[in-house]
Design a binder for this molecule. Structure first.
Ligand code: CP
Ligand code: NVA
Length: 309
């Protein structure tokens, strides 16, 4: 895969439509090779640092196993055990780590902090979720839709719920691949306007579109994919009660999915809260692809790692 070596992946909006397509094609290729027991050993001798300011199950394990499958290895960077926690600055930390490592995957509270790290590091910085983006999740999501539906151009993707990190990256990846993305979010929890404007720009090239509505049914009508995420993301726990009220009409349940196509896919980045954003009947039902989707984190990220490192 050409021309991506050394790049950061903080947001998919820094990548062209062509590059996102190339990453997804590469993920399909790497997945097939991995399944055949022949994952390319392109990261032999390379090390990825992994830093988590927030909890993780999927991101941590899929990045670690992904590096191992590509022939590389990971170093866990616990911020509390580093001099960072004693006041060493980002500049010295980033420059030092760049001497040892070939890349850093970071899950951070603030996207601005990740940009600061990238500014001072000479190695690729990969975003493993921030307050506004989750690009690796979105690549795995679209990879899953491609595998199930064959192609995604022109398909309708309905995102219901919080206009959060996951929704921003999902809309970016979906629009880049030519999908029609409908986001049903209550007032007060809308996606970021500036991010949506950039996604619309991207759509001019790909033919993809993004629409925002307060009506989950409008978003769900004839949808090929129905996607939701938690109502209370990490870091917003104090708002949990207010959010349960605000999102009450935004649950993915039997009624809502009845508006979608019969062969709709239900998707969720996980972790999920059954009977809040989605009923057990739907997430555990026959149209749910959530484990397939979680599994694809591994393959999508291997493509990213192989391309950037
Ligand atoms: N979907 C996702 O990023 O999961 P984790 O928080 O478990 O990494
Ligand atoms: N929006 C969720 C996603 C978790 C993977 C959060 O930020 O907590």
């Amino acid at each position: 895969i050409k021309n991506m070596k050394g790049r950061d992946m903080i947001t998919l909006l820094d990548y062209s439509v062509e590059e996102i397509e190339a990453l997804l094609d590469y993920a399909i290729e790497i997945k097939a090779l991995t399944k055949a027991g022949d994952c390319p050993q392109v990261l032999k001798g390379k090390s990825l640092g992994m830093m988590f300011e927030k909890k993780s199950t999927r991101t941590r394990v899929s990045f670690e196993v992904g590096m191992l499958q590509l022939g590389g290895h990971v170093v866990h960077l616990n911020p509390n055990e580093m001099q960072l926690s004693r006041g060493e600055g980002v500049k010295d930390t980033a420059a030092t780590l760049s001497e040892y490592l070939d890349g850093i995957m970071i899950r951070a509270n603030s996207n601005a902090d990740v940009m600061e790290l990238a500014k001072h590091a000479s190695i690729p910085i990969i975003n493993g979720l921030t307050d506004i983006y989750h690009p690796c999740q979105a690549l795995a999501d679209i990879l899953t839709v491609i595998e199930v539906k064959g192609s995604v151009k022109g398909l309708k993707l309905c995102y219901v719920g919080d206009g959060n990190n996951v929704s921003h990256s999902l809309a970016a990846a979906g629009v880049a691949m030519g999908m029609e993305v409908y986001m049903a979010c209550p007032i007060g929890y809308l996606p970021d306007e500036k991010i949506i404007a950039k996604i619309k720009e991207m759509g001019k090239e790909s033919g993809g579109k993004v629409f925002i509505t307060q009506d989950p049914k409008e978003a769900a009508v004839n949808a090929d994919v129905i996607y939701t995420d938690v109502w209370t993301s990490m870091g917003f726990e104090e708002e949990a009660e207010a959010r349960i009220g605000a999102f009450a009409d935004y649950q993915v349940n039997k009624e809502l999915v009845s508006y979608a196509k019969d062969d709709y896919m239900f998707m969720h980045c996980l972790p999920a809260h059954r009977e809040e954003e989605v009923t057990a009947e739907i997430i555990d039902g026959p149209n749910s692809y959530v484990y397939h989707e979680a599994g694809n984190r591994l393959h999508a990220q291997k493509a990213v790692l192989a391309a950037l490192l």
